[in-house]
Design a protein around this ligand. Structure first.
Ligand SMILES: Cc1ncc(COP(=O)(O)O)c(C=O)c1O
Length: 379
C-alpha cells in the first residue's frame, strides 16, 4: 500500500482499466453464467445499505425486518410461509448451512446421498463437514435415479439432496419420490433450487409443467434459492430456508459481545445490502414481473433450441432456460465461439452449455446462431 494515498484520478484509472477487461452482461454475449445484471433498482438499494450488518442485527433492526420479509416471501413462494432462514452469500453457503444443520441434528450419522448432477458446492459442503458423499447415478434424462438413491440410503445417511434446476442441464429431480423416501426413513431432504427456485414457480404459472419440488411436499426440510441468479439481485445474495425453525438450534453459537445473543449462520458479519436489494426486487417485480422474466428467458431458450436443431445439431430439449448441445468437435466449436466474443461453458461430458439469462435478448440469440453456423463451417 502506498504511504500517501493516490490522487482520486489515479485510483479511478486503475478501476476503469479493470472494468474494461471484465465481461459485461449487458452486451448479451455471456451465455455460460447463471448470474446476470441486477435489476437497476436493486443496484440503487444495494448502495444505500452498504453499512448495514445483519451479523449484529440489534444495530440494524430495520434491515433485519427486511431480511425476515425476504424469507417470508420466498417461503410463501416455496409453499411454507413460516419457513425460517437467512439471506446468505450464495448457493454454496446455503448448501453448507443445510448440511451443517442436518448433520448436527442427526448426530452419529455421517453420509449424504446426492445426485450425480449436484453442484460442486455440495462436494465442498460434505468435505467441510466431514460427511461422506455418496453419489446416486442419473437417468438418461439427467434427473436422479430414485431407485439408486434408495439403494444407497442406509443407517448412516444424514441427508439426501434433490436438485431443482441442475447446474449443467436445468433438469428437475423427482422431488416427490425423494420426499416419500425420506418420510419412510426420517432423513433430511435438502432441495438445491439455487437456480430453479426463481424459475419453476414462475414458468409454472405461465403454463409450463413441473412436478412439485418445494415445502408443499412434507419431506422437504430445507431449500436453497439464490436471488443473485434468476432473482435479479446483486451478486452476494443467496437464501437458505428451513421448514422447521427448531433445526436452527442445532447450529446456534453464542455471540456474547454482539447485539444479538446467538447466531445460527456461518458468517458473522453479513451483508444487509443483499437482503435489502433482494427485498426491493421481490416487491417491485412481484409475481407478474418474475413471470415475465422467466417466460422471456424460456422463449429465448426455446428459440435457441429450435435454431440449433435447424443447424442439424444434437440438442437436449430444455427443461428451463439452459440449452445443451453436442456439436462435432465441441472443444474447437467452443473456441471458435469464444474467438467471436461469446462466453459459453461446457458440461462434464464436454457438451456446450448455454444459460439463457435475462440479459440475453432475441437478437443475441439470432446473432449467436449466425456465428455458430460460421464456426461449424470452419471446424
Ligand atoms: C444448483 C446450484 N447450487 C448451488 C450453486 C452455488 O451457488 P453460488 O455460486 O452462488 O455459491 C450453483 C451455482 O451455479 C448451482 O447451480
Amino acid at each position: 500500500m502506498e504511504r500517501a494515498g493516490l490522487p482520486w484520478r489515479e485510483v479511478s484509472r486503475i478501476l476503469a482499466k479493470a472494468l474494461e477487461t471484465d465481461s459485461k452482461y449487458r452486451e448479451g454475449r455471456i451465455l455460460g453464467s447463471m448470474c446476470t445484471s441486477p435489476h437497476p433498482r436493486a443496484k440503487e438499494v444495494h448502495s444505500l445499505f452498504l453499512e448495514s450488518n445483519l451479523g449484529d442485527s440489534g444495530l440494524f433492526p430495520g434491515t433485519r425486518a427486511l431480511e425476515k420479509e425476504v424469507i417470508r416471501l420466498l417461503g410463501t413462494l416455496l409453499g411454507e410461509p413460516r419457513a425460517k432462514g437467512y439471506v446468505v452469500s450464495g448457493g454454496t453457503e446455503a448448501n453448507i448451512t443445510a448440511f451443517w444443520a442436518a448433520r448436527n441434528r442427526a448426530r452419529a450419522r455421517r453420509e449424504v446421498v446426492v445426485p450425480d448432477t449436484a453442484h460442486f458446492s455440495i462436494e465442498k459442503a460434505a468435505d467441510l463437514l466431514g460427511l461422506r458423499l455418496v453419489r446416486a447415478r442419473s437417468n438418461p434424462d439427467h434427473t436422479v435415479d430414485v431407485g439408486d438413491v434408495r439403494r444407497r440410503t442406509g443407517k448412516r445417511t444424514v441427508a439426501i439432496v434433490g436438485v431443482a434446476g441442475s447446474t449443467e442441464y436445468g433438469t428437475v429431480d423427482d422431488i416427490e419420490a425423494l420426499s416419500e423416501l425420506v418420510l419412510e426413513k426420517d432423513i433430511h431432504l435438502h432441495v438445491d433450487a439455487a437456480f430453479g427456485g426463481f424459475v419453476i414457480p414462475f414458468l409454472r404459472s405461465a403454463g409450463y409443467e413441473f412436478g412439485r419440488f418445494d415445502f408443499s411436499l412434507p419431506g422437504v426440510a430445507s431449500i436453497t434459492i439464490d436471488p443473485h441468479k434468476m432473482g435479479l439481485a446483486p451478486v452476494g445474495s443467496g437464501c437458505i430456508l428451513f421448514r422447521d425453525r427448531e433445526i436452527l438450534r442445532y447450529i446456534e453459537t453464542p455471540s456474547p459481545y454482539l447485539t444479538q445473543r446467538r447466531q445460527s449462520t456461518i458468517t458473522g458479519t453479513r451483508s444487509g445490502a443483499s437482503a435489502a436489494a433482494t427485498l426491493a426486487v421481490l416487491k417491485h417485480l412481484g409475481k407478474e414481473g418474475y413471470e415475465k422474466v422467466a417466460r422471456g428467458c424460456m422463449e429465448n431458450a426455446l428459440g435457441l433450441y429450435r435454431g440449433l436443431r435447424g443447424l442439424g445439431l444434437a440438442v437436449l430439449e430444455p427443461t428451463m432456460n439452459i440449452v445443451v448441445f453436442a456439436p462435432p468437435r465441441p472443444g474447437a466449436v467452443a473456441r471458435g465461439l469464444e474467438a467471436r466474443g461469446w462466453r459459453v461453458s461446457r458440461t462434464k461430458k464436454g457438451e456446450i452449455r448455454l444459460v439463457v439469462m435475462p440479459h440475453v435478448r432475441k437478437r443475441d440469440v439470432r446473432s449467436f446462431l449466425q456465428d455458430l453456423e460460421e464456426v461449424l463451417r470452419d471446424v
